[in-house]
Design a protein around this ligand. Structure first.
Ligand code: DGL
Length: 258
């Protein structure tokens, strides 16, 4: 029987998954969370798939060694590459993955023009291809691979001329006609919402999957009888494969961002 007082693990290639963690803490304030960012190996999106599988497996093993009751892959890229393998290899561990919030975007904008921003790996893997095909007749779906964008968040650079220039260049080809929704298909990007908004204007709705993932985590813990009692407030602990105090400070800063 799994101990329900154990923390829930969150894993990402770096600091992006903190955007999902924030929602989970809001929804599950009595749980303890252990956030592990693999910034040493970031970005994942440009690595071979097998390497992302290996790094994700290493993360599960590391965190299982510390004692956890569930594992959230708070990374679209690692989910695309490794979720199926990890679920097969660790059948006892509840594993919750992430995918671009295309379904809610199509539901809210039927027939609309929708742009998905994600890493090349997320966009190229079967998981997203299946998702896109599923909604192909219900909306006009465009996708843009944003290599180099997560690095702005890793550096703590959430605004400024370089970021603005990057976004204007990437998004320009899609701005010739109105966009109804932009799906942030990488967990780093919600921290860049302000910068993206400045480029695309007030028109498009900007969506990410963090609330859905947090709700799924709550459901899975509930089904498994693993929700903690409501007696105490939960704690959040940050770990990173890059042992740099500034990085952990940046993680805390992103977590507490208003
Ligand atoms: N946060 C990851 C995602 O959701 C990061 C991308 C990367 O490491 O390349 O896809």
């Amino acid at each position: 029987m799994t101990d329900k007082t154990l923390p829930v693990a969150f894993f990402d290639s770096g600091l992006g998954g903190i955007s999902v963690l924030r929602e989970a803490v809001r929804m599950l304030p009595h749980e303890d969370f252990l956030y592990y960012g693999d910034s040493l190996h970031a970005p994942y999106g440009v690595r071979p798939v097998e390497e992302v599988v290996r790094l994700s497996r290493d993360a599960v093993q590391l965190l299982l060694g510390r004692g956890i009751k569930a594992f959230v892959i708070a990374c679209n890229t690692a989910t695309s590459a490794a979720a199926e393998t990890l679920r097969r290899e660790f059948p006892e561990l509840p594993i919750i993955g992430t995918e671009p919030a295309l379904k809610p975007a199509v539901e809210r904008h039927p027939g609309g023009r929708i742009l998905v921003m994600a890493t090349a790996m997320t966009l190229n893997e079967k998981k997203f291809d299946d998702l896109r095909r599923h909604f192909l007749r219900e909306a006009e779906i465009h996708s843009v691979a944003c290599s180099g964008l997560m690095e702005f968040v890793e550096r703590g650079e959430l605004s400024g001329a370089a970021l603005d220039g990057y976004l204007r260049e990437k998004l320009a080809p899609y701005l010739d006609a109105p966009i109804d929704a932009i799906v942030l298909g990488c967990t780093h990007y919600p921290f860049l919402t302000g910068a993206i908004r400045a480029v695309v204007g007030e028109g498009p709705e900007i969506l990410d999957g963090s609330r859905g993932i947090a709700a799924q985590l709550r459901r899975r813990l509930d089904e498994a009888g693993l929700l903690r009692s409501r007696e105490q407030a939960g704690r959040v602990t940050f770990l990173n494969s890059l042992d740099e105090p500034e990085l952990l400070a940046r993680a805390e800063a992103l977590f507490h961002l208003p």
